[in-house]
Design a protein around this ligand. Structure first.
Ligand code: SAM
Ligand code: DTB
Ligand code: SF4
Length: 340
């Protein structure tokens, strides 16, 4: 039986414009379409909005690993779970710039710096500002994910040259409390509001495969689509199950349900870069190919995510070549809309 919206799931009032552009029932109706019909619609939206059919390559670097005080049930970097991830100090500027240079040489156009913080402290922010300045000077798009931001911090990052800030809603409000208790949905929305207010582009998505229902997957996507405006980048992570975390041992999500999630995200956020994010190593080529068909047009590129593995860069290049998918080049983006 398909879900219907009779359960007490709501769009979070803060995430919804006065007249929600995208009702939860309409999102659920998309999920319930026959698979081929859903992919056909997603492919049409994809072609209308991204005629080049290119795939963006974004490389991640963990600039501060482990020892995090939060209790996110999926995360190997939370200090309270015994996952084997050791807490390390923040990386030095040279190490970050070397990694960025090598990401650029491998073909990445975006460089995302991630830190295992609840929120950045003053002395940390100064170091990240220097990293952002340096990475930007290399000609890469810059992204950072540092946890919750206080008043004024987003502006400082923007002034340093940050293009995107990643902060995920992670799941539907109704499921959120089962996964995280040390900060609430409202905190996340506050940070997203600050990011937008500072003129940064928003990278915001979530994780599926955490034991949520289809209705809750639809709930996450409806929240994202009703952010005003919706995010420019939408990372859809498949839970990477890490031993020691509370979500380890979770029942696996049907891979075709993951593909559906990508397709629905594509349809309801037509101009967003929908990123096929964590969990690709466990997916195999055929499921990834379906995700590209369903409208994914960005990947994390590089042999590591933050602490867990990602497909080898060479294998990704081979897969994209096999599928005949071009990679995005920053120069192309800069001349988009130009008539010469
Ligand atoms: N500490 C900051 C925060 O939580 O906002 C930034 C880094 S945090 C690791 C960034 C995102 O990674 C999380 O919001 C979550 O969506 C994703 N993530 C973390 N662990 C994951 C896992 N095991 N599987 C899939 N996604 C994961
Ligand atoms: C996002 O949505 N996924 C990335 C990035 N933003 C920071 C992180 C995935 C982390 C997967 C688990 C790990 O490697 O520690
Ligand atoms: Fe900390 Fe971020 Fe991991 Fe949560 S997801 S435990 S805030 S590093």
């Amino acid at each position: 039986m398909p879900d219907t919206v009779t359960q007490p799931i709501t769009l979070h009032k803060r995430a919804v414009a006065a007249d929600a552009r995208c009702s939860l029932q309409s999102v659920l109706d998309l999920f319930d379409l026959p698979f081929n019909e859903l992919l056909w619609r997603a492919q049409q939206v994809q072609r209308e909005n991204f005629p080049a059919q290119d795939v963006e390559l974004a490389t991640l670097l963990s600039i501060k690993t482990g020892g995090c005080e939060e209790d996110c049930g999926y995360c190997p970097q939370a200090a309270r779970y015994d996952t084997g991830v050791e807490a390390k100090k923040i990386l030095g500027l040279d190490e970050v710039l070397q990694a960025a240079q090598s990401a650029k040489a491998s073909g990445a156009t975006r460089f995302c710096m991630g830190a295992a913080w609840r929120s950045p402290k003053e002395r940390d922010l100064e170091k990240v500002e220097a990293m952002v300045r340096g990475v930007k000077a290399l000609g890469l798009e810059t992204c950072a994910t540092l946890g919750m931001l206080e008043e004024g911090q987003a502006e400082r990052l923007q002034q340093a040259g940050l293009d995107y800030y990643n902060h995920n809603l992670d799941t539907a409000p109704e499921f959120y409390g089962k996964v995280i208790t040390t900060r609430d949905y409202e905190d996340r929305l506050n940070t997203l509001e600050r990011v937008r207010g500072a003129g940064l582009k928003v990278c915001c998505g979530g994780i599926v495969g955490m034991g949520e229902s289809r209705l809750q997957r639809a709930g996450l996507l409806a929240q994202l689509a009703n952010l005003d405006p919706y995010p420019e980048s939408v990372p859809i992570n498949h839970l990477v199950q890490v031993e020691g975390t509370p979500l380890h041992g979770q029942d696996k999500l049907d891979p075709l349900e993951f593909v559906r999630t990508i397709a629905v995200a594509r349809i309801i956020m037509p101009r967003a870069r929908v990123r096929l994010s964590a969990g690709r190593r466990e997916m195999g080529e055929a499921v990834q190919a379906l995700c590209f068909l369903a409208g994914a047009n960005s990947i994390f590129y590089g042999d590591k995510l933050l602490t867990t593995g990602n497909p080898e860069a060479n294998d990704d290049q081979a897969l994209l070549a096999k599928l005949g998918l071009p990679v995005r080049h920053v120069q192309m983006a800069e001349t988009e809309g130009c008539c010469d």
